[in-house]
Ligand binder design. Structure first.
Ligand code: NAD
Ligand code: WQD
Length: 340
């Protein structure tokens, strides 16, 4: 029995593979390396002592995916594979719809054919847009996201709900808030390909001198210090939530449709300035910054109510912000050592 992890060499996928192996699961990875690198596979082996089976191909290649399902007894799948750059998704909408939705549909076709259940989907807090009430629980009304990327997440959820209902299958929709940090070993983390869009990778590169200055997008938000607020969750905690969600799906033997939905965050909001200060303090480094205009499409505030995940999965994010940011810096040091 194996768990298929698509996008398993990516940022959240690689951390989840480590946790799955630590929990005794056999893992099969499919990743086309479009946003990851092969050395991550070796580092997963260094961390866990086990090398997962790895297939380097694009999930849109249906015939290759069929071969993977033929070769292994797949008992569930965590589907991380997707393109995730919000700005790019506006410029390349058709590519984003194709990659994010065709990959998912190809997996579902295999599940349908083979009577497999247990599918976990990487969704996002972006499906809530700017919610009216904080913290955001799972009953918060969804708003069709502005970005094409966000729409692929909302559509992906809808496709999975229809799939589960029609064929009596079990799915878990995990809505991540803002994942940050790296594995404590410093050997896997978020690979900075190009100029980072997200806050923490940009802060990391600014501290390392790769970027001159961080631009803080807006200090006129109606928040305590004027900068926008998000819920930054440590990636290893997030990875552990996947194992808990998978175990819950697998333990349900009712044979009935099961659609789980969980918000995965810490329950605590942090402003951009707080993150910058916490990074400086955790790592005794300076992060030069300038205040700029607001970034188009940004919301003011979002943080999770993680109570449902705690109650039903027995899972809770426990790592403090500074500790997560310390691992980010360890990861940057590791990348520096690889480049030198
Ligand atoms: P990532 O880019 O690091 O990982 C995705 C992996 O999927 C990469 O290794 C990439 O090479 C692979 N991939 C992409 N398209 C593929 C395809 N067609 N076939 C095979 N492999 C393919 O991203 P991540 O940050 O680890 O995100 C994982 C998932 O979580 C994504 O679905 C993303 O949308 C979702 N998510 C991420 C965040 C975040 O802030 N990082 C927040 C919410 C949701
Ligand atoms: C966080 C805060 C920025 C960079 C995006 C996606 C969302 C989700 C996570 C996947 C904001 C500010 C950032 C910088 C800054 N991904 N910032 N200077 O905006 O919450 O969400 O990533 O599903 O879909 O939209 O995350 O890390 O980009 O920004 O001031 O250089 O940091 O304005 O307030 P965000 P982020």
């Amino acid at each position: 029995m194996a768990i298929l992890v698509t996008g398993g060499l990516g940022y959240i996928g690689s951390h989840t593979v480590v946790e799955l192996i630590n929990n005794g699961f056999e893992v099969v990875i499919v990743d086309d390396l479009s946003n990851s690198e092969r050395f991550i596979l070796n580092n997963i082996e260094e961390i866990t002592g086990k090398k997962p089976v790895f297939y380097p191909f694009d999930l849109r290649r249906k015939e290759l995916l069929t071969q993977v399902f033929d070769a292994h007894r797949i008992d569930g799948c965590i589907n991380f594979a997707a393109s995730k750059a919000v700005g790019e998704s506006q410029l390349k909408p058709v590519d984003y719809y194709e990659n994010n939705l065709f990959s998912l549909i190809n997996i579902l076709q295999e599940f349908k054919k083979r009577e497999i259940s247990n599918l976990i989907f990487s969704s996002s807090c972006t499906v809530y847009g700017q919610a009216d009430v904080m913290p955001i629980d799972e009953n918060t009304p969804l708003k069709m996201p502005e970005s094409v990327y966000g729409k692929t997440k909302q559509m992906g959820e809808e496709i999975l709900i229809d799939f589960a209902k029609a064929y009596g299958r079990k799915v878990s929709l995990l809505r991540y808030f803002n994942p940050i940090g790296a594995h404590p070993s410093g050997k896997i983390g978020e690979l900075p390909i190009g100029i980072p869009n997200n806050l923490v990778p940009y802060v990391m590169q600014t501290a390392a001198g790769i970027r001159e200055k961080l631009s803080i997008w807006g200090d006129d938000y109606p928040t305590e210090d004027g900068t926008a607020v998000r819920d930054y969750i440590y990636v290893v905690d997030l990875a552990k939530a996947h194992v808990a969600a998978l175990k819950k799906l697998m333990s349900d033997q009712s044979g009935e449709t099961l659609i789980d939905t969980y918000n995965l965050g810490t329950g605590r909001g942090s402003s951009v300035l707080e993150v910058v200060k916490a990074f400086e303090k955790a790592n005794a480094v300076e992060v030069p910054y300038q205040i700029c205009e607001r970034r188009e499409g940004d919301i003011t505030i979002a943080y999770a109510d993680p109570a449902k995940a705690e109650k039903e999965l027995g899972w809770k994010s426990e790592t403090p912000l500074e500790e997560s940011l310390r691992t980010t810096w360890e990861w940057q040091k590791y990348l520096n050592s690889r480049n030198s």
